[in-house]
Ligand binder design. Structure first.
Ligand SMILES: Cc1cc2nc3c(=O)[nH]c(=O)nc-3n(C[C@H](O)[C@H](O)[C@H](O)COP(=O)(O)O)c2cc1C
Length: 361
């Protein structure tokens, strides 16, 4: 299944080394201004090939809007966006066409379907996440009309964790580090690991803030936290998701973990903005844990499709730490979840968008 969402339905398509990837966004209200420069900026944040800390595959990520927009405003019909693949090197994958890269999706895709597009990982490649960012950037534009914003950064690389959280610093950091005092150690760890032909795991911190209404999330099987879990865990390489205090809550007492209230509201936010499966109006805070990139350049043992044990060395261009570009994808996934729940919410004020459209025409 390649579609997500109840009210705002997002379908993505395409493979890593195919002609193009893209998304179809169905369920957008008419009258939303689509800022194409903004889509480019968001895609640029996810892009590889910018520095030593990401894959050297350098995709232009230029996109084309095929439908759903007239005079820069959504028409209420499906919005389709195409992103062309321009920098795939399928030759790099010839030698591994019959073997399974350890910890990648090759093994399961081959056994489920009987054959697979081995070029760059085909559909299982994170190349597809550019389409998620494209859709997410449109969701961000919608949310911003309601005063809701999302942002992200890198909390940890390996065991080097942030002590301070500064989203403004993260914006300009090559690795989106949230802590200016930890950034250089985090960078060094990535480069040292890369020099050793290995890869490293990491943790992204994602936040939604602004005028988050109370009550986003539908009981009981479309809760905000279940949607967060489903979409974040559905992202390539994600192994755990924490909301608010997360796993630390399991080590705490109720008296310390509970968020007391006064007449103005909550006095702390251990609940990470989600209570009873709905937004509480507080900031929504997540930690998303990424495994190290499976494609590494050390000799590894694996199996081929004929069940022979094989020792092999990989070629190709890979991220030394997927959490970095993954953090941007998570931020856009959170925007998609919130936009879907906002539109599902009976109290969402769509008339606000109509006013914006008619006042500009
Ligand atoms: C933004 C991003 C970039 C990634 N880059 C790579 C990469 O360069 N090489 C690689 O082997 N895996 C990469 N991955 C991870 C694989 O896509 C993923 O591990 C694989 O599909 C297997 O899925 P699983 O780890 O969820 O089981 C990346 C993931 C993300 C989110």
């Amino acid at each position: 299944m390649n579609t997500f969402g109840q009210r705002l339905k997002i379908s993505t398509f395409g493979e890593s080394h195919g002609k193009a990837i893209g998304c179809i966004i169905d369920g957008l209200p008419a009258g939303l201004f689509i800022d194409e420069t903004r889509i480019t900026q968001e895609l640029d944040r996810r892009k590889g090939g910018k520095n030593l800390f990401s894959t050297q595959r350098k995709e232009a990520d230029s996109f084309e809007i095929l439908s759903g927009v007239f005079n820069s405003y959504t028409t209420g019909t499906p919005l389709a966006i195409l992103i062309y693949n321009t920098d795939s090197k399928s030759k790099d994958y010839e030698e591994i066409r019959n073997l399974f890269r350890p910890s990648h999706a090759d093994f399961t895709y081959f056994h489920k379907y009987g054959f697979r597009d081995y070029r760059g990982g085909g559909r299982s490649s994170a190349r597809e996440t550019a389409a998620r960012v494209c859709a997410g950037s449109v969701a961000k534009m919608l949310l911003e009309h309601f005063g809701i914003f999302t942002q992200s950064g890198i909390y940890a690389i390996g065991e080097i964790e942030a002590s301070e959280i500064d989203f403004d610093f993260a914006k300009n950091s090559e690795i989106f580090s949230l802590d200016k005092n930890k950034e250089s150690a985090q960078k060094k760890l990535i480069l040292d690991t890369k020099k050793a032909h290995d890869s490293i795991g990491g943790v992204a911190l994602i936040k939604a803030f602004g005028t988050i209404p109370i009550g986003l999330g539908e009981g009981l099987y479309h809760k905000l936290d279940s949607q967060i879990g489903s979409l974040m865990m559905g992202l390539n390489g994600v192994k755990a998701v924490e909301i608010g205090a997360g796993v630390l809550a399991a080590k705490n007492t109720g008296s310390k973990n509970n968020d007391s209230m006064d007449s103005q509201g909550f006095l702390s936010n251990h609940h990470g903005g989600v209570l009873g499966g709905m937004s509480s109006g507080e900031e929504i805070i997540l930690k998303v844990h990424f495994k190290p990139t499976p494609s590494i350049f050390i000799t590894q043992n694996t199996q081929d499709i004929y069940k022979n044990q094989i020792s092999f060395n990989l070629k190709g261009r890979h991220d030394p730490c997927i959490a970095i570009r993954g953090s941007v994808v998570c931020e856009h996934l959170l925007a998609l979840i919130l936009a879907d729940l906002l539109l599902l919410n009976t109290s969402a004020k769509l008339s606000h968008l109509e006013k914006i459209y008619f006042s500009s025409h």
